[in-house]
Design a protein around this ligand. Sequence first.
Ligand SMILES: Nc1nc2c(c(=O)[nH]1)N[C@H]1C(S)=C(S)[C@@H](COP(=O)(O)OP(=O)(O)OC[C@H]3O[C@@H](n4cnc5c(=O)[nH]c(N)nc54)[C@H](O)[C@@H]3O)O[C@H]1N2
Ligand SMILES: Nc1nc2c(c(=O)[nH]1)N[C@H]1C(S)=C(S)[C@@H](COP(=O)(O)OP(=O)(O)OC[C@H]3O[C@@H](n4cnc5c(=O)[nH]c(N)nc54)[C@H](O)[C@@H]3O)O[C@H]1N2
Ligand SMILES: [Mo]
Length: 765
Amino acid sequence: MTDKRSLPHSPGPAGGWGSLKGIAQIFGETWATPSVLATLGQLNKPKGVMCVSCAWPKPANYSAFEFCENGAKATLWEMTSARCTPVFWAKSGHTVTALRDWADHDLEMTGRLTHPLRYDAVSDRYLEVTWDEAFAGIAAALQPLEPDQAVFYASGHAGLEASYLYALLARAYGTNNLPQSSNMCHETTSVGLTKVIGSPVGTIVWDDLEKADAFFFFGQNPGTNSPRFLHPLKDAKDRGAKIVTFNPIIEQGLVSFVDPQSPSAMLTGKATTISDQYHQLKAGGDIAALLGMCKCVVEADDTARAAGQPAVIDHAFVAEHTTGFDDFIASCRAADWAEIERESGLPQAAIRDAAGVYIAAERVIGVYGMGLTQHAHGALNVAMLVNLLMLRGNIGKPGAGCCPVRGHSNVQGQRTVGIAEKAHLVPLDTIDDLFDITSPRHDGMNIVEAVEGLIEGKVRAFICLGGNLLRAVPDQKRMEEAWPKQDLTVMVSTKLNRSHLFPGKTAYILPCLGRYEKDVQASGNQSVTSEDSFSMINGSVGRRAPVSDAVKSELAIVTGIAQATLPQNDRLKWREWTGNYALVRDLIEATYPDDFRNYNARMFEAGGFYRGNGAHNRIWKTDSGKAVFTTPGELNSVGFKDAPGRYRLMTIRSNDQFNTTIYGYSDRFHGIEGTRDVLLMNPDDIAEAGLRDGQSVRMITDAEDGIDRQLGGLTLTAYRLPRGTVASYYPECNVLVPVALHDDLSKTPASKSVPVRIVADAGAA
Ligand SMILES: Nc1nc2c(c(=O)[nH]1)N[C@H]1C(S)=C(S)[C@@H](COP(=O)(O)OP(=O)(O)OC[C@H]3O[C@@H](n4cnc5c(=O)[nH]c(N)nc54)[C@H](O)[C@@H]3O)O[C@H]1N2
Ligand SMILES: Nc1nc2c(c(=O)[nH]1)N[C@H]1C(S)=C(S)[C@@H](COP(=O)(O)OP(=O)(O)OC[C@H]3O[C@@H](n4cnc5c(=O)[nH]c(N)nc54)[C@H](O)[C@@H]3O)O[C@H]1N2
Ligand SMILES: [Mo]
């Protein structure tokens, strides 16, 4: 239950005036120019621009401003008037090596990249090149390699059209090395959810939000990471729905919310309370908490049936649709409350309260994010949430289901159209027939394997369609040492970031258009599509003038590389496709006819068109054809044993960042201002460790693999966290995350439970 001691940091509600102030603080008072407001006004509406920030769905009944604080920040950040032109590199002190000392924030503040650049080792700077030279240089570096020595990464930004062609480029070149940011994120969902319900994605649609009686949040933070979610949550509260949250940190957006789109709420400051119950469990404590809740459901079912009352468990659903029930129920009955309490960090009474809400609700949605996926037993976390939902038939009925909240705006869609390292997920026979190529049939590398391959020297070339991989991956320091040894590094980017500062022997930065910019090709201004967290496909049209004449669209960059690198093949019509993206949508429809029927005709439907999902209709595409109850083999999701002085580190996001893009240093929802170099820790833990609030400390990874991983210069900050759980910001903490510490099933790095020791900082970081 919520710790009642006074909070050292007490922020105001999410949304409200704070969100407008947050925007003004970063972009100055002059940000709200008519042209900027026009672009923001087009966000997430039919024939408008689909937000470049997160993948939260777009309602069909949209409001005048269908964007949030973070969508506005992400859009404005890219619409900056600052430009990082080739002149930047000519300035004194701007060598690649010197720029490594710059903060992430300052690198991106240099503005939008305007010209293709090639690294020059002699001057240690990037120099302007022509596109033809860049494409020829990339081809010359790729052609001599074994195809599996090259990796084609994507970060979840690029639209479906560019993504489909990117995957085609990799396969025509000869590799399935197509890892994506979801390998560090919701791969646990793709693999774990598929195993238990046969669907790699969430099962709910917008209507379900309006029908649910209760929402259970496990490790997802809508206030910061998907703020538009707060509107349907507020509506749900207004009609009496209940919200129960499990999270080690108090997240302000899950406490209260003032709707910035409601004039009366803004004037009166009237906040809606979001969570009816807030349970601050230990990091990694969800398996035990969920098992405890399931135990309560089983008990309630026994009691009801003994008294001749209606059953609590949906036995008809269980019998018709599931396997593994008997074993799972036996494990619930056998589970010991003392162990559940110890492993979850929650008292039995709290878990019983949560179970009470669950049992009283007819329709329940289970929402989750990185708090479940980024653990050593993350897939088991997901399976446990599914267990809870299935006990009362809460999957595949209106108002109920499983809601993993995705990150990047098109991260889910890129997987749908073939950016996948697992060969069996892609219709390779169809692709080979369509294009007269021979795609490899063996699996490619995911991110963990690619990092290991880099460290071992097996990976010789990396192409990155977006992202800032060197900053986002585990074992960052080892990666920074290994990365420049490659023959080729290519980054398709909008802004300068740390990954650019570790160039391979041949290295290019290729600047691309943003989604709200005009993309004029042979057949006119092009539109692109993306897929949101509810599997809805939406078209998007850019209307602003491009940042420079010398930038290209992501699609044109992909086809430029393809044309230069691959042998002539009449079926690979790169030039024609670049001229008209509708032709690429036809190819996507030909490859995935069930998902993309009448694609070009439907892409601007309000709210998007639904790609469909078997589990939503209780069709289970699992090995057994049924949904699977999973008997937990572990009671926590952590990949190490507790020991004295060993803490569980969660790497967290501030309200002022989008992944590795740091907008500023005001994390008002966590009450941390002016710095990101903090370590949050329970006051009793601080005292017991002989440390003191405000002191400078160093974290040391407590892994027994002989590798030294440290991060110093952190201000120790007393914070309302459960004992044994500490928190500090991502990506700064990525030096501490061992690449070998990942979800056992999906290999998603365990960034929410890293074993660390904490010592007073002797000197500089
Ligand atoms: N503004 C903004 N928006 C974003 C992003 C961003 O960086 N900034 N990133 C985007 C991306 S790519 C993604 S994937 C999503 C990420 O969005 P989320 O899934 O919300 O990710 P996080 O904030 O990393 O973690 C979510 C919550 O998990 C909690 N948590 C940590 N460990 C545990 C645990 O063991 N159990 C439980 N129950 N909770 C735990 C944390 O306290 C945190 O509140 O957001 C997307 N949207
Ligand atoms: N410790 C720890 N590590 C984590 C996480 C964590 O919670 N903790 N979270 C993980 C998660 S969920 C994710 S998704 C990854 C994120 O990993 P990435 O996706 O690799 O990183 P981003 O920070 O989203 O990438 C930012 C860069 O993308 C480029 N960019 C922005 N917009 C565009 C565009 O439209 N097109 C192109 N081509 N480029 C663009 C810009 O140059 C910008 O610098 O990090 C993961 N790493
Ligand atoms: Mo993500």
